[in-house]
Design a protein around this ligand. Structure first.
Ligand code: PAF
Length: 288
């Protein structure tokens, strides 16, 4: 096991990437905020499958947290993250200090209209500008051939695809399926906030989404499924539901009845912890 190179500066990252590229090796980037779990490691494994060099960025991006959100509390364990990345065979870890990403005088924000507006964008209006800005920066700092994002943050994946296309960033965006615990709960760094009781209830979210997806695939109306799903989540102990929606898988526009690839997406609270999840819906007889 070789320890990955730790790269704190953009210049160091660019040097490493240009040497690899001159050697004919493709470069894959996995952007993360640390607190790594098997979901992140699935992204790393998919990155390594490209057969070139793999860079993981570790940066808890302050601009995607609103004042009063969990930026200060967000789980951080650098030593554990680095040990996991070394074991996973990562070549380099880009760990910029905040000033390298947001130097004094920084005044540019990337906003993505349309696909950013609903769902997470409605519940957390600051969020996607922060994500789009930092992802744009990370892609331009690293200039990877491919960058990998988890389907767990499905809307983020769609927003990133949009900005890469709109800004002509020469990088492929690859989606990696959500990794789940044995009981179905989507892995997330924020699961660490759940109490034992909340952790017991949490898998209900995936169960409800999966039940809705099956009914929608069979032709059920979205409005009925959303009403039933909301009632079931509330009865299970979810304390607040930011959204439960059925959307077109590409445009994220709400659909009344599924006739092409779609997604059921939700954000719901258990006490102080906000969980998000989503599942695909494939209408009968079609791939989704
Ligand atoms: O999904 C995340 O961990 C973050 O939103 C990302 C893409 C690393 C940007 O900070």
């Amino acid at each position: 096991m070789t320890a990955p190179a730790i790269l704190p500066s953009v210049a160091g990252l660019r040097d490493a990437v240009s040497i690899w590229r001159a050697g004919g090796l493709p470069v894959a980037l996995v952007p993360t905020m640390g607190a790594l779990h098997e979901g992140h490691l699935a992204l790393v494994h998919a990155a390594r499958a490209h057969g070139g060099r793999t860079v993981v960025s570790l940066f808890v991006n302050p601009t995607q947290f609103a004042p009063g959100e969990d930026f200060a509390l967000y789980p951080r364990d650098e030593a554990d993250d680095l040990a996991k990345l070394a074991a996973a065979g990562v070549d380099a870890v880009f760990m910029p200090p905040t000033e390298a990403v947001y130097p004094p005088g920084f005044a540019t924000t990337v906003t993505v209209d349309g696909v950013s507006a609903g769902l997470e964008g409605a519940a957390r209006p600051h969020f996607f500008a922060g994500v789009a800005t930092v992802v744009t920066k990370l892609l331009l700092q690293c200039l990877p051939d491919v960058a990998l994002f988890g389907e767990k943050d499905y809307q983020q994946l769609i927003v990133v695809r949009r900005l890469v296309a709109d800004l002509d960033i020469p990088c492929r965006i690859e989606a990696v399926p959500t990794v789940r615990a044995a009981d179905g709960l989507a892995l997330s760094s924020r699961n660490a906030y759940l109490s034992a009781d909340e952790r017991r209830i949490a898998p209900r979210l995936f169960q409800v989404l999966s039940g809705m997806a099956a009914a929608l695939a069979g032709g059920a109306a979205a409005a009925d499924q959303i009403a039933d799903g909301t009632a079931t989540l509330e009865a299970a102990g979810f304390t607040r539901i930011d959204y439960l929606a059925v959307c077109d898988a590409e445009t994220l526009e709400a659909v009344d009845r599924v006739s092409g690839p779609a997604r059921v997406l939700a954000a719901a609270w258990l006490g102080e912890t906000r969980l998000i999840d989503n599942v695909p819906v494939s209408p009968a007889g079609r791939a989704g």
